[in-house]
Each structure stands twice: as structure tokens, then as C-alpha cells.
Design a protein around this ligand. Structure first.
Ligand code: HEM
Ligand code: HEM
Length: 180
């Protein structure tokens, strides 16, 4: 059993803020890129969306592994309900980011596209072209980003309430050393 630390370390903070930065680009890119038509091949915006999305997938999986092997104790002054609800939202964020990336990958595979990470590393399709299963599961890629946005809104609102209302140390736990 890994020993719980009292603060997030540099690696955990780096994972957190790099993923925040990538999602800040990825969500608007998803909604603004041109719609897909039958038999169409991915254009530049879609290829970028796929590469950023797959990068987020790799980072969230590695980050989750890091989280399991480097557990951090919740802020000690939090009331029980805040401890439980924040843990719940954190686990849901990991889960929904993962599901969003996987449904995107399944959807793109179902289109029969050849996928790659920034045109350098080729990636396999997860289902066959035109697969019914791929179409059904990939369809969730339209709604999951909204679930993710809802969770992020809750999470950021909670962080801001701690920063400006409770004025406790919760926000500082995730800030780089120089800003604390
Ligand atoms: C966390 C990462 C991701 C986020 C936040 C995200 C977000 C989005 C959003 C908001 C849309 C627009 C949906 C709509 O118009 O209803 C979209 C579309 C799409 N995404 Fe992602 N995406 C992610 C990862 C991926 C990955 C990893 C892939 C493929 C490997 C992918 C492939 C696609 C495709 C093919 C579409 C077009 C779907 C369509 O127009 O029918 N996405 N994504
Ligand atoms: C400006 C936006 C954001 C702010 C200010 C923020 C702030 C924070 C803070 C202060 C913590 C530490 C909470 C604690 O000590 O209990 C935290 C943890 C966390 N944040 Fe964010 N966050 C932001 C965006 C995001 C986004 C977009 C995600 C989506 C993946 C995310 C996922 C997480 C997760 C999973 C944790 C828990 C880390 C762990 O214990 O493994 N955050 N965030």
C-alpha cells in the first residue's frame, strides 16, 4: 500500500495543468471543427483534434496510475461532506475524460480513418469500418463532452469558493511552488 502524502507533488501538478491546457484547446476545437460528411477523410482540424485527444488519453491513464501509486491525503480541515464530494468529483473527472477519449477513438475507427499521433505514430482502429457497435458507442462522443464540461464547472466553482470564500489552503495545494 502506497503511503499517503500531504501535498500534491510536482509531477501530479504538471499532469493536472497540462491536461487542463489541452482540454481548453480540445473542447472548442471539437465544437468548431467542420462537421463530418459521408466518406470524408479527416481535415487538419480533425487530425489535430484526434492527436490532442489521444495525447489526453495517454496522459490521463498515466496520471491515474501515478495517483494510485502516489495518493494524497485530503486537506485536513475539510468537513466530511466536502471531502467525500470532492473525491467523488475527482474520480468522475478521471472516468469521464477517459470515456470521452475512448468514445472519440471508437467513433473515428468506425469511420475507417487511418489514425496517428501528430502524423508520426500510427494507431490502430478499435472497431471495423461501419461497425454498428462503433456507431452506437461512438455516438456518446457527442454527449460526454457536455458531461465533462458540467463536472469541470462544478470542480472549478468549488476551487473558486475555497479561494475567495473559505480562503483556506485548498487552491494552493494544486498551484506551482512559485505561486503558493
Ligand atoms: C478528452 C478528449 C476529447 C474531447 C474533450 C473531445 C471533444 C469533442 C467535441 C466537443 C466534439 C464535437 C461533438 C459534437 O459536435 O457534437 C468532438 C467531435 C469529435 N471527436 Fe472528440 N474529443 C476528445 C477526444 C477525441 C479523440 C481521442 C478522438 C479520436 C481518436 C476524437 C474524435 C472525434 C471525432 C471523429 C469527432 C466528430 C464527431 C462527429 O462530428 O460526428 N475526439 N470531440
Ligand atoms: C481552472 C481550472 C481548474 C482549477 C482552478 C482546478 C483546481 C484544482 C485544485 C485546487 C485541486 C486540488 C483539490 C484538493 O486538494 O482536494 C484539483 C484537483 C484535481 N483536478 Fe482540478 N482544477 C481545474 C481544472 C481541472 C480540469 C479541467 C480537470 C479535468 C481533468 C481537473 C481534474 C482534477 C482532478 C482529477 C483532481 C484530483 C487530483 C487527484 O487527487 O488525483 N481539474 N484541481
Amino acid at each position: 500500500m502506497a503511503v499517503e502524502q500531504l501535498h500534491y507533488g510536482t509531477v501530479a501538478k504538471l499532469f493536472h495543468w497540462v491536461i487542463v491546457a489541452l482540454l481548453t484547446v480540445q473542447l472548442p476545437l471539437g465544437w468548431l471543427m467542420p462537421d463530418i460528411h459521408r466518406d470524408m477523410q479527416p481535415g487538419q482540424a480533425m487530425s489535430l483534434h484526434i492527436s490532442i485527444g489521444l495525447t489526453v488519453l495517454i496522459l490521463i491513464v498515466v496520471r491515474f496510475g501515478w495517483r494510485l501509486t502516489h495518493p494524497v491525503a485530503p486537506e485536513s480541515n475539510l468537513p466530511g461532506w466536502q471531502r467525500i464530494s470532492s473525491e467523488l468529483v475527482h474520480w468522475l473527472l478521471y472516468l469521464v475524460v477517459f470515456l470521452t477519449t475512448m468514445t472519440g477513438w471508437i467513433f473515428a475507427s468506425m469511420r475507417g480513418w487511418s489514425l496517428s499521433l501528430f502524423g508520426i505514430i500510427p494507431l490502430p482502429g478499435l472497431v471495423g469500418q461501419g461497425s454498428q457497435f462503433g456507431r452506437a458507442v461512438g455516438g456518446y462522443h457527442h454527449s460526454l463532452p457536455w458531461v465533462l464540461v458540467g463536472l469541470i464547472a462544478l470542480h472549478v466553482a468549488a476551487a473558486l469558493v475555497h479561494l475567495f470564500y473559505y480562503r483556506d489552503g485548498v487552491m494552493r495545494r494544486m498551484l506551482p511552488q512559485v505561486l503558493r
